[in-house]
Design a protein around this ligand. Sequence first.
Ligand code: GDP
Ligand code: IMO
Ligand code: MG
Length: 424
Amino acid sequence: MPATVVVGTQWGDEGKGKFTDLMAADMDYVVRYQGGHNAGHTLVVDGKQFALQLVPSGVLYPHITPVIGNGVVVDPHVLIAEMEMLAEQGVDCSKLAISGNAHLIMPYHIELDALHERHLGSGKLGTTKRGIGPAYADRSMRLGLRVQDLLDPKIFSEKLDVALNHTNKVLAKVFNRLPLAGEDIVAEYIEVCAPRLAPHIADTAGLLHEALESDKQVLLEGAQATFLDLDHGTYPFVTSSNPTAGGACTGTGIGPRQIDRVMGIAKAYVTRVGSGPFVTELFDDVGDHLVDVGGEFGTNTGRRRRTGWLDLVMLRHAVRLNSLTEIGLTKLDVLDSLAELKVCAAYELDGKRFEHMPYHQTVMHNAKPVYKELEGWQCDLSGVREAKDLPKQAAAYIEMIEAEVGVPVKLVGVGPSREQYVKR
Ligand code: GDP
Ligand code: IMO
Ligand code: MG
C-alpha cells in the first residue's frame, strides 16, 4: 500500500497538524520526516488542545504507531518533556519509534542559533532559536551526533570531543563565549536522556518498509512548508531542511514510487512568521482582522504572524514542487465576516506579469500582487459539515482555487476542532 504525504504549501502553520490528525483515523503509521521542535502542530479534540512539536500528529489515536524519521533533528529534552506532557493527558506514547539515524540537537546548537541571529542584526532570519540550523549544519559538516549514539557512550564521547574541538573554538574566537564542558553534556545526554529514549530507538526505515509490504497505511507528516524549504523556499529566509514532498523520501528511507498521494495544506489566506518576502502581506485593518479572528500567534513561540491574501502564484508552484494530488484548505471560517475577498492571481513588476513563481527572487521582493476580487459569504461556516451546505460564495472561492491551480480541494477546514471540516 503506497504512502501519503501531508505538506505545507505556504510558510508554515497552515493547519497541517489538524488535517494529519484527521487523516490518521484511517492510517496505521504517522511519520515526521524533517524539521524538529521548530514545528508547532495544534490539535483540538473533544475541547482539549494539544500543541505538538516533535511527536507526530497521529499520536492521539491508540491504533497509530508514531514514527520520527531520520530526517528529523531531535532535542532529547524536548522530546522527553513532550512525551511526559502527553502521558499526563492520558496519551500513550509507548509505540513511538525514533530513527537511530536522526541527528541530535546539542546545547551548543541552541547557543549558536541565538548568536548567529544576534550577529545578523537587522538582517536576522527570525528563527525559532531552537538550534535547528546549526544542527543541520553540523550534519552536513559530518560533525553531528545521531540518536543511535545515545546507545553507545564511548562513541558518543568520542564524537562529542571532535564536535567540541571545533565548536568551542567557534564559540570562543568568533563569539567571545565560554567553551562548553563535554562531561556536562555527557551527563545530561547519556545519563538522563539515553535511558528514557533507548526503548524507542529503532530501524524506522526497516519498520516502514515492512509496514508498506504488509499493506499498512503510512502517512508522512511534513513540518514547516514549501516556501521554508532550504532549496525551494525564499532563501535565506527558510528553515534548514526539505519540507517539500521529496524530503519525505530522504527523511524516512521510503522511495518515491512508494508515495501515491500528496495532500498540500493551504490556509485560505497566507501567514508568515519571521523575516522574508511576502507579496500579498497586509498592513491594514484586514491584516489585523485575520490575526485576531485566526488567532495568528505562534503555537510555541507566541510570535505574531504576518498575514496576507491567498497567493495563487505560490500555490501553483507548490503544486509543481510537491506533485500535489489534492489540497486541504484550512481556516476558511476566518474569512466569514469579510464582505470582499481578494486572491493574488499573478505578480507584476515593470509591466511584466508572472503567473508562475519568478526564478529571480528580486522579483518577489519588489512585485505587486494582481488581485482577483470575490464576494464574501458573510455568515458563520463553523457549523457546516456537508459541501452542499456551503454558501455559494464559499463554494465559488474553493472552485476558483481549483480552477487556478488545477488540483481538487478535498478537505475544507471550518474551525480548529477535529470534527470541523467539510469533505468534497
Ligand atoms: P501547523 O503548524 O500547520 O500544524 O499549524 P498550527 O497548528 O501551527 O496553526 C494552525 C492554527 O489554526 C492552530 O491554532 C489550529 O488549531 C488552527 N486551525 C486549523 N485548522 C483550522 C480551521 O479550519 N479553522 C480555524 N479557525 N482554525 C484552524
Ligand atoms: P510548522 O511546522 C512557521 C520559520 C521561522 C523562521 C524560519 C527559520 O508549525 O508549520 P528555524 O528555527 O527553522 O531555523 O527558522 O522558519 N519556521 C516556521 N514558521 N511554522 C513553522 O513550523 C516553522 N518552523 C520554522 O519562523 O522564519
Ligand atoms: Mg505550526
